[in-house]
Design a binder for this molecule. Sequence first.
Ligand code: NAD
Length: 322
Amino acid sequence: MKVLITGGAGFIGSHLCDQLIDKHEIFVIDDLSTGQIENIEHHKSRKNFHYVIDSITNKSLLRELIDKCDVIYHLAAAVGVKLIVEKPVHTIETNIYGTELIFKFAALKNKRIIIASTSEVYGKSSKVPFSEDDDLVLGPTHVARWSYACSKAIDEYLAHAYWNEKRIPVTVVRFFNTVGPRQVGHYGMVIPRFVQAALKNEDLIVYGDGDQSRCFAHVKDIVQALDNLMEIPKTYGETINLGQPEEVSINELGVNIIKMCESRSKIRHISFEEAYGRGFEDMKKRIPDISKAKRLFNFQPRYSLKDILNDTIGYYKTRTCT
Ligand SMILES: NC(=O)c1ccc[n+]([C@@H]2O[C@H](COP(=O)([O-])OP(=O)(O)OC[C@H]3O[C@@H](n4cnc5c(N)ncnc54)[C@H](O)[C@@H]3O)[C@@H](O)[C@H]2O)c1
């Protein structure tokens, strides 16, 4: 099959290329805004791998790519809390307009689409765990943080509209924190940020009191799931959580990383305001209910937090050495 991966030079996208390259012909479009060419360097010589450095907002190019492919994984987006807070216009435009184009062109030829959404859409809900049918509880529109969740929620509405009205076979996947090698820290992602600091014996900066907890999934579990659900018709028109329900507090995460890196780093707390500016709100917990994914395609994460940290630390160690 011919598979288009938007955002294929990004963190999850490049692992998806690794997952699919032996079975399919891969086409990547990425503008390298947060992705990196080195993430796909190892595939460049493969005959069944093609890439173009451009934006999904290049309409004629996007249309050509969609026409050519049988399946589209739409991962390209403005990503990362820091980027979203600093560039809300860019976030909204990329995440809504870009997705609109994907659907428009895919609908012309009834193409299969899998579209990346996020646990952020659950917003401030205090429910534990989050299930796909839960209400979304977002903050006020003048707080930039919510523009990401809201833009992804619009993408989800679009997906359901295309399925309900035009029977375009689309599946929405809501990723919870996905981690592993190649994820970069400078967009605010906590594990790469902590690992890089620990390897340099610098302070690990924890935002807030650090008692907030998160659940982290290994990117390998996530791309395996993306591969598995490609050809499962009962996932058409569905929204599905993808994550790993094992919970860890940010303080605990910092301590584990310092220990595993044999680092002399200390944990230092700063306020959310200091990190992201006034009005930033953080959630105490964000735990996925993955029973729907289990029911629909037998999703079962195989990697633990320890595996994730081992792999991420290993990755950053080799990068520091080279
Ligand atoms: N990593 C996570 O924990 C997580 C959690 C929830 C949702 N997601 C979603 O998963 C998807 C992939 O995220 P990621 O973590 O791999 O981040 P990433 O930043 O590594 O990947 C996004 C990719 O999209 C590319 N891109 C951005 N705008 C583009 C445009 N206009 N045209 C072409 N390419 C463009 C970037 O260069 C990058 O390579 C995103 O849709 C994101 O919202 C990720």
